[in-house]
Design a protein around this ligand. Structure first.
Ligand SMILES: NC(=O)c1ccc[n+]([C@@H]2O[C@H](COP(=O)([O-])OP(=O)(O)OC[C@H]3O[C@@H](n4cnc5c(N)ncnc54)[C@H](OP(=O)(O)O)[C@@H]3O)[C@@H](O)[C@H]2O)c1
Length: 332
C-alpha cells in the first residue's frame, strides 16, 4: 500500500501553479505506540494556503520547503495503536495534501457522532469557515439588532455564513460579491437585504443607496478597493472585523493599506483582526449553536467539492478566480 503526497518544492511569486509541488509516492508508514493512520477523505482548500506557501510574515510558521502541504481535513482511522481512537472512527485535523496521514491520536478530534450531518460540514459550516464567521462577527463586532452589516466575499464559505448569522441577530445585511449569480443567491436564497457586484457596480455609490443610515459593521474578507469603498460609508464608531485580504494574496509583495486609512481617526473606527484558532477552546459551544441553526433551516450552506488529490494545485485557484460558491473542498 502506497501514499501519494504533495511536497512544497518552491514558493509562489504570484498565482499557485503546478510546478511549485512534487507529487511523491511512498510506502505507508509503520505506526508507533500512541499513533493512528488516517485515510484522508476530504481536505479543506483555503485562501490561507497561499499565505502558508509563502514566507511572508504570518500567524503560524510557513510550510517548509520539502514538507507535505498543510491542510485541514476529515478522514477515517484505518489503523490505531492508541486507546483514544479505533479503526473506523471519523476524525478531523491537519491531515495535509496526501492520501493517508500519520498522527499522534491526541492531535485529532473525533467527529461528534450525535450530529446528523455529512462529514464535510466539519470543514465548512461546523468547521474552520463556520467558526470564523461565528467568532469574527459575534465576538469581534458585538452586533446589536437594527444595525447595518456589510460583508465582502459574501458568497464565499465565511461570508455567506456571516450574513446569515447577521440576519439571525436582526441586522440589515448587505453582501458584496463578484458575479450577478452570486448576488442573486445572496438575496433570493439566503435572504440578504441587498447585494452588490463589485466587478460591475460602483461599490461606494451602491452602498450609499442601499444603506441610507450608513454602515455600522464591516466584515472584511477581501481588503483592497472594496475595503476603501466600504470605509467611506462607515458610521462614526463603526466596527470592522478584519478576517482576510484575499484581493492581495497573489500580489507577491506586501499589501498596501487603504488610502482612506485616516478614516480610522476621523470616524473613531474600531478595526480588529483575528485568527479563528484563537477561539479553539470555544469551538464546541459554537458548533452546538450553529448545528441547531442549520437543523432549523436558519443557516444554509454551500459546498463546492472537487474530486481527486491530484487536482489539488489547480482546484485551490478556484478561490482566487471566484469560481467557487461556498466552501471549497477536495475529495481524496
Ligand atoms: N481570520 C481567519 O481566521 C480566517 C479563517 C478563514 C478564512 N479567512 C479569510 O476569509 C476570506 C474568505 O475565505 P473563504 O475560505 O471563505 O473563501 P471563499 O470566500 O469561499 O472564496 C474566496 C472568494 O474570494 C473572492 N475573491 C477572490 N479574489 C478576489 C479579489 N481579488 N477581490 C475580491 N474578492 C476576491 C472570490 O469571490 P467573488 O466571486 O465574490 O470575487 C472567491 O470566491 C479570505 O480572505 C480568507 O483568508 C480568515
Amino acid at each position: 500500500m502506497n501514499n501519494r503526497k504533495f511536497i512544497l518544492d518552491k514558493r509562489p511569486q504570484a498565482q499557485i501553479t503546478d510546478d511549485l509541488f512534487k507529487l511523491v509516492t511512498e510506502p505507508l508508514p509503520t505506526l508507533k505506540d500512541g499513533e493512528v493512520l488516517v485515510r484522508n477523505q476530504y481536505l479543506s482548500l483555503d485562501p490561507t494556503h497561499r499565505i502558508w506557501m509563502s514566507d511572508m510574515e504570518q500567524y503560524m510558521p510557513p510550510i517548509a520547503l520539502g514538507e507535505v502541504v498543510r491542510a485541514g481535513g476529515v478522514g477515517v482511522v484505518t489503523e490505531s495503536k492508541s486507546p483514544l481512537l479505533k479503526t473506523g472512527d471519523l476524525v478531523m485535523g491537519l491531515l495535509g495534501w496526501q492520501d493517508y496521514s500519520l498522527h499522534p491520536a491526541a492531535a485529532l478530534r473525533p467527529l461528534p457522532k450525535e450530529m446528523d450531518i455529512p462529514p464535510t460540514a466539519f470543514l465548512s459550516v461546523l468547521g474552520l469557515t463556520g467558526m470564523t464567521a461565528y467568532f469574527g462577527l459575534l465576538d469581534i463586532t458585538a452586533p446589536k439588532a437594527g444595525e447595518t452589516l456589510v460583508v465582502s466575499g459574501a458568497a464565499g464559505a465565511v461570508g455567506s455564513i456571516v450574513g446569515q448569522i447577521g440576519l439571525i441577530k436582526g441586522l440589515r445585511v448587505i453582501g458584496i460579491a463578484g458575479t450577478d449569480a452570486k448576488c442573486a443567491w445572496l438575496t433570493k436564497e439566503l435572504g440578504f437585504h441587498g447585494a452588490i457586484n463589485y466587478k460591475t457596480q460602483d461599490v461606494k455609490k451602491a452602498l450609499a443607496e442601499l444603506c441610507p443610515k450608513g454602515v455600522d459593521i464591516y466584515f472584511d474578507n477581501v481588503g483592497g478597493a472594496t475595503t476603501e469603498a466600504v470605509w467611506s460609508n462607515l458610521n462614526m464608531y463603526a466596527r470592522v472585523s478584519l478576517c482576510g485580504m484575499i484581493s492581495g494574496y497573489n500580489d507577491g509583495k506586501p499589501i498596501p493599506g487603504p488610502r482612506n486609512y485616516s478614516l480610522i481617526l476621523m470616524k473613531r473606527l474600531k478595526v480588529q483582526g483575528f485568527i479563528v484558532s484563537d477561539y479553539g477552546a470555544r469551538w464546541p459551544e459554537a458548533i452546538g449553536e450553529m448545528y441547531q441553526w442549520v437543523k432549523q433551516g436558519r443557516i444554509k450552506y454551500a459546498e463546492d467539492i472537487v474530486e481527486g488529490l491530484e487536482n489539488a494545485p489547480r482546484a485551490v485557484n478556484k478561490l482566487f478566480d471566484g469560481s467557487n460558491t461556498g466552501k471549497l473542498i477536495l475529495k481524496c
